[in-house]
Design a protein around this ligand. Structure first.
Ligand code: HEC
Ligand code: HEC
Length: 351
């Protein structure tokens, strides 16, 4: 637009115009660089006003775990979303949570360098991390993330007038501590729920599965396939740590925390929701494709003394599904992909 205007302007007008534009530019720069800490008393004019948010979960799902100390509010969730996507949180570098927990990849990352646990349905999680070693509430795990994993420099938040206002509005605090930052993240995390896959739509009677998907469905839920005992519906995890027979001499797993020899090789049962999107697979990312995973359950199970009793076919080395059955099982697993979850606006980068 500027360009097309130019021919109609004489040179003095151009000078005036560029002067105006120039000072606007400077003013703008000043606004960005001089975020001086605002005196606490000016926060007094910022109202603490929250509107309660009610979490909608489908009737098939278990009751969500909410927090009395940290009730969900629109303001808290919006603030948590901002923090999740803002590198200001990183006290050591320049990452945001979303650098490794990417919405389009079900809130994990496929590059294989970190075996990231996806953020899916954490509302129901009680044992966090691959080895299940962090047991507690979502609020507690978020305090760990802020204080230890990210080592958040709280003075950066407290020097940011925008955040001071948002925290005052959502939590009624003049000074931001790691507790409120964690509580906001926990509120946003409670909305990262995947409940609208093709499987869910089938469950609600809105569509039917293809013949292959339906055969895979049967295998998943019967003793022959033997998947549902641990990856139990509707979360497709039992939220337990188990040894699924990957190795004769497995990694330590939950043993690292409990020191009980029975827990060697126990890892948390991962949810299978959005499994199509979260390769590579297992705590160490050893399998690149779902084909490899299903072949492992068919023929590669290691029958070590610590293997979980729910691995029903362990003495045979696996469930022995034929290639066709394996393909059907994979077709079913792909019905757990939820594109609403991976594209939903409310969960996306707000910046
Ligand atoms: C450098 C990559 C990276 C970044 C950045 C990152 N995470 Fe993670 N996150 C991981 C990895 C890897 C795991 C799994 C760690 C393990 O199991 O030992 C994980 C696991 C988690 C878990 C456990 C989930 C579960 O269900 O078990 C939570 C909660 C979590 N991250 C929250 C966050 C938050 C909040 C932030 C931002 C403050 C963040 N992460 C930033 C890599 C990252
Ligand atoms: C005894 C419980 C149990 C049974 C039965 C079971 N799994 Fe698993 N599954 C697990 C555990 C535990 C892990 C994670 C192991 C690890 O990372 O060390 C896992 C991992 C997976 C993964 C990789 C998930 C990811 O995010 O990396 C897939 C896919 C999977 N299982 C599919 C299946 C299928 C399909 C079946 C049925 C053929 C099945 N599982 C049966 C417990 C079980």
């Amino acid at each position: 637009m500027m360009y097309s205007l130019l021919p109609f302007l004489n040179s003095s007008k151009v000078k005036v115009l560029s002067l105006i534009l120039g000072s606007l530019y400077l003013l703008n720069l000043c606004r960005c660089t001089t975020q001086t800490p605002t005196p606490t008393n000016s926060l007094e004019s910022v109202p603490y006003q929250t509107s309660p948010y009610s979490l909608m979960v489908p009737e098939f799902f278990p009751q969500p775990q909410l927090s009395e100390e940290n009730p969900l509010t629109f303001e808290g969730i919006a603030l948590g979303r901002k923090l999740y996507y803002d590198p200001i949180m990183d006290g050591k570098g320049n990452r945001s949570c979303s650098s490794c927990h990417i919405q389009g990849q079900a809130f994990q990352i496929n590059n294989g360098s970190h075996q990231v646990v996806p953020h899916i349905n954490m509302t129901w999680t009680t044992k966090f991390m691959w080895d299940g070693g962090f047991e507690g509430t979502l609020e507690e795990v978020m305090i760990f993330e802020v204080e230890e994993f990210f080592n958040t420099d709280l003075s950066k938040l407290n020097n940011n007038w925008e955040y001071r206002k948002l925290f005052k509005g959502a939590f009624n605090v003049n000074e931001i501590t790691s507790k409120e930052a964690a509580f906001a993240l926990a509120q946003f995390a409670r909305t990262l729920n995947s409940t609208d896959s093709k499987y869910d739509q089938f469950n609600r009677g809105e569509l039917s599965l293809s013949p292959e998907e339906m055969k895979g469905y049967m295998l998943f839920f019967n003793e022959k396939g033997d998947c549902f005992h641990c990856h139990s519906p509707e979360l497709f995890t039992d939220n337990q740590t188990r040894n699924n027979g990957l190795d004769m001499n497995p990694d330590s797993g939950y043993f690292a925390h409990s020191k009980d020899p029975q827990d060697v090789g126990k890892f948390k049962t991962p949810t299978l929701r959005n499994i199509e999107l979260t390769a590579p697979y297992m705590h160490d990312g050893r399998f690149t494709t779902l084909e490899e995973v299903v072949e492992f359950y068919a023929n590669g199970v290691q029958n070590s003394p610590n293997i979980d009793p729910l691995m029903l076919h362990s003495s045979a080395g696996g469930n022995k599904l034929t290639p066709e059955e394996q393909a059907n099982l994979i077709a079913f697993l792909k019905t757990l992909t939820d594109s609403n979850f991976t594209t939903r606006e409310e969960l996306s980068n707000p910046f």
